[in-house]
Design a protein around this ligand. Structure first.
Ligand code: UD1
Length: 434
């Protein structure tokens, strides 16, 4: 799809189901490369990032069978390295997890520098530091990454200088097949890191401590096949929670782990939103006015940076002045220019955004600058008076399964529009797809 057209101002009511976690899926699919035998992955989100990773495995000789929506069988018994993956690996961030899994599988890795959302500089020095400690030589030149463990991967004691989700995952994956014991300190604790460790352990790995700040891995000779069901997506759930907070209404959100949402629920409650938790569901209700809050994003269990654009958007409607501080990325406020087109009053200075609330946003043409910024534009469009057109929704579709269908089921007036290819004479008007 090319754009979403939203007629805002409708409250949201009903029930929706959250899909499997994108950030768990994009780590687990590359890790499957190390598994000898068939892996069945369940609760896999149907989004373009997972499609691309499965295509990458296919180009490396894996057999991929789509069993039913959200269930895929992957058999990596006969895989090989191939340069054919490069056009795809350049498009997604998580392709760098192939470094760890190729090293585990082949003792060497060859891929491109990753793509993904642009939040300023996204270094991979901590990934490289971890790999080098495991006995790997790494060469990065002309956008290509070549890595080789000449004498095999060897367990090591590694201290990450920065709490990094990506480095934690990549080094943990490589350590699974290293000889001996690896201790990784100062690691990230996000739920998808625990999910990846659970997946690897269920295939025969020996990883302890995921979810704390020290991970210990005892290397194993091989991994065997099996079935694994992914956790639900924390950020997808948080995005719909923000949508209900902003637009108003009452929604039950199923297939969530409420503990993973604590950081988001607590902030919404401070803003006057009712959030109730059940075993694997929550309800979010907002009828009265929204109150101002301050938010600082931090690694888990802090408030997630991937919810920063959505919460900033909702704070435009809160009474009073709110301050949002970005604690993870250098440059994650590009979307603010888009919100200003809708009447938002936000001053940005470095990592801080000061939001003058109490505004009723008005519909406008805006662009999705990246995945979560795009989700924030949809939230803004749902809250705004009039029509909002969100362009470049390809970013949103990297990480949200059927966002339009899910929001329509809650009563939102949103449609996806596919622009006709100008080379096709008969297609003179945009095609509207429900
Ligand atoms: C992942 C998520 C992304 C999320 C981020 C933080 C995926 C595919 N993406 O990105 O959506 O916003 O976690 O929750 O899961 N850093 C270094 N050196 C490194 C690696 C990172 O300095 O080698 C810095 C980064 O510049 C950033 C911070 O560490 O300031 C955190 O980055 P990291 O946790 O690695 O983010 P990603 O794994 O890229």
């Amino acid at each position: 799809m090319d754009k979403y057209v939203i007629n805002g101002g409708r409250k949201l009511y009903g029930t929706l189901e959250i899909s499997g976690a994108k950030n768990a899926a994009v780590a687990i699919i590359p890790a499957v490369l190390m598994v000898n035998g068939r892996c069945r992955l369940e609760n896999l989100p149907q989004i373009s990032d997972t499609d691309k990773l499965l295509q990458i495995l296919t180009l490396m000789g894996a057999k991929v069978d789509f069993i039913s929506p959200g269930t895929v069988d992957v058999d990596c018994s006969d895989v090989y390295l191939s340069d054919k993956i490069f056009p795809l690996t350049r498009q997604i961030r998580a392709s760098y997890y192939l470094i760890g899994s190729m090293l585990g599988r082949f003792g060497k890795a060859r891929t491109t520098m990753p793509g993904g959302c642009n939040f300023g500089v996204r270094p991979i020095d901590q990934h490289v530091k971890g790999m080098k400690a495991l006995g790997v030589s790494v060469n990065i030149a002309r956008g290509l990454i070549d890595a080789e463990a000449g004498n095999g991967l060897r367990g090591a004691h590694i201290y990450l200088d920065k709490v990094s989700v990506g480095a934690t995952i990549n080094v943990m994956i490589a350590a699974v097949m290293a000889k001996g014991r690896t201790v990784i300190e100062n690691v990230a604790r996000e739920p998808h890191i625990v999910d990846l460790a659970n997946f690897l352990n269920s295939m025969g790995a020996d990883i302890r401590g995921a979810g704390t700040d020290v991970i210990k891995v005892r290397g194993v000779e091989s991994l065997h096949g099996g079935t694994y069901s992914l956790i639900p997506d924390q950020i997808e759930a948080g995005t719909y929670m923000a949508a209900v907070a902003g637009a108003g209404g009452s929604v039950r959100i199923n297939n969530v782990i409420p503990r993973h949402l604590e950081c988001i629920s607590a902030k919404l409650r401070e803003m006057g939103v009712e959030v109730e938790e059940y075993g694997d569901a929550i309800t979010v209700r907002r009828e009265g006015p929204l109150e101002r809050v301050n938010v600082k994003t931090q690694p888990y269990p802090g408030f997630p940076t991937d919810m920063q654009p959505q919460i900033t958007t909702v704070l435009c409607m809160a009474q009073g002045t709110s301050i949002v501080t970005e604690g993870v990325w250098d440059n994650r406020y590009k979307y603010v220019n888009e919100l200003r087109k809708m009447g938002a009053e936000i001053q940005v200075s470095g990592k801080t955004a000061i939001i003058e609330g109490g505004r009723r946003l008005t519909g406008a043409p805006v662009a999705a600058c990246d995945l979560r910024a795009g989700a924030a534009m949809v939230v803004a469009g749902l809250c705004a008076e009039g029509t909002t057109v969100v362009e470049d929704v390809v970013f949103i579709e990297r990480g949200y399964e059927d966002m339009v269908g899910k929001l329509r089921s809650l009563g939102a007036d949103i449609i996806a529009v596919s622009e006709p290819d100008p080379r096709m004479e008969f297609a003179s008007r945009p095609r509207l797809i429900g």
